[in-house]
Design a protein around this ligand. Sequence first.
Ligand code: SAH
Length: 361
Amino acid sequence: MSALREDIIELIAQEGPITLERYMAIALSHPTKGYYMTRDPFGAGGDFITAPEISQMFGELVGLFAQEAWRAAGAPSPTRLVELGPGRGTLMADALRVARIAPDFLAAIDAHLVETSPALEARQRQTLAAAPTSVSWSADVAQVPPGPAIIIANEFFDALPVRHFVQTERGWSERLIGLDESGALAFGVGEGVESDLAVAAPEGSVIEIGAIGARIMRDIAARLVAQGGVLLVVDYGYAQTALGETLQAVARHAYVDPLEEPGEADLTTHVDFAALARAATAVGATVQGPVTQGAFLRQLGVVERAEALKKRATQEQRAEIDVALARLTGAGDPKRDMGELFKVIAVTHPDMPLLPGFFRE
Ligand code: SAH
């Protein structure tokens, strides 16, 4: 049994059942035993692989997007180039490398990374040791230094805790995690009723609410409206709010039971892009997209970038570049390919023109 599972069982035995939001927060971010706090889960040897770890092309094109967005915003100086949940720091390193081709952009930016995990922050410091700009860190979005900002969030919102509500004969009640007769963690339903949820659905239906993500989105969008800039969100998810739940647990590249090994498995959900967009527009920001990751990257020139890289590559590397391009932009293998499953939105100050990647194809 994972050490954290014992802690959670103990907590529930003392305090009673806990919400899924609290369970996920403990499982992912417990200061010493949380999933992200203790390890580097990325890459072939880890639990899952993300776009910047698949190919340098991803971070380079996001870096080019950042340059274009900065110009579209009137090239303010200084501008914060911010990343939320930067993992190994690979995306930021690739984006800063392509910033060298735009000396005016490079001179205007400083980099800021928002990361809760000390283990991953240490990893990011290594990756960015030779960065061409100053780099600072904080554990909280609220601590990003003020001013115009280009903010990148790749696979960040999927990692935030969510709440589940279950339709009962009394109305929507929150899904809780308690203990079954054998003392093991088990899902149950609370006694209260959430009268704010005015959604009609048959008994047994589940609704997933990303309240923490919506709050972070609202705060960032308000900042962009007041101080200028853009937030680029790339994540797996769906364009329209729908009934149902998408909680998944992954360890060593396979799905596992989300209650089995808290702290040892990554817990994520699919992102409700419509809910994020509502949180942003409610405070006066504008939302571009969603477009698919495949369309976004193609419009930014990923095919041309792959060709350029292949010219300088060995035969083996050329094959790897083709595989990476298919994973990033394709949809042939729905389990592996990210091109359609992943969506992209840009949340901007209302004066921002349509940005590259978001034109109709
Ligand atoms: N963007 C990276 C990593 C995605 S995994 C990539 O694409 O490879 C999620 C990242 O978000 C991890 O770095 C994790 O530690 C971080 N994270 C999770 N919850 C967070 C929070 N509330 N605030 C800041 N970072 C968080």
